[in-house]
Design a protein around this ligand. Structure first.
Ligand SMILES: [Ca+2]
Ligand SMILES: [Ca+2]
Length: 178
């Protein structure tokens, strides 16, 4: 190989590695998607229907459900979006969900909360987040769902987060094992 071609090859390889490094060092957004299937009733006596696409409360009483949320350590939660069905303007007919941090001392800290509107199949969001930085060395995270009526139901929740350039690639590409 001629010296000029060898130089070009070395330069191309160097640029490729440089580009790869630049891409991997970029900050960005990630998403943790929690389906209806993940929610379980708070008590074994609660009646519920859950086909994976939606969870509902057929009696309208004992309305609480919980689901785990698996977020990458060091990420910052930026938004919680709740997908629901609610077409009733009756005050007690609503669905709501909140994101909680389990403080591992039989207490929790509420990070975000979202309540349904009356728009049928719809979604609402909360982008003002408390305790937004995920610390899996000290805490664990979960959702609590309230289906206060048999005429509303939940489809799922998407938790959006941002990560910094210093967060390891293996962490920021994290996929839930739920
Ligand atoms: Ca409603
Ligand atoms: Ca909020």
């Amino acid at each position: 190989m001629k010296r000029s071609k060898l130089f070009t090859l070395v330069l191309a390889i160097g640029l490729a590695f440089g580009l790869a490094y630049t891409v991997s060092a970029t900050a960005g957004n990630g998403y943790e998607s929690v389906p209806a299937a993940a929610f379980v009733p708070k008590d074994h006596s609660y009646e519920y229907y859950n086909d994976g696409c939606r969870v509902l409360n057929p009696t309208g009483s004992a309305p609480y459900f919980v689901a785990p949320v698996d977020l990458p350590h060091g990420a910052t939660v930026t938004k919680v979006t709740f997908y629901f069905y609610d077409d009733s303007s009756v005050g007690s007919d609503y669905a709501s969900v909140w994101l909680g941090r389990n403080d591992h001392d039989n207490s929790f800290s509420q990070m975000a909360d979202v309540t349904s509107n009356d728009a049928g199949d719809s979604s609402n969001q909360d982008d003002t987040i408390n305790y937004a930085t995920i610390d899996n060395s000290q805490y664990s995270y979960f959702l609590e769902l309230c289906l206060n009526s048999s005429s509303v139901w939940a489809y799922g929740v998407v938790v959006e987060y941002s990560y910094s350039a210093s967060l390891p690639l293996v962490t920021r590409n994290h996929q839930s094992a739920l």
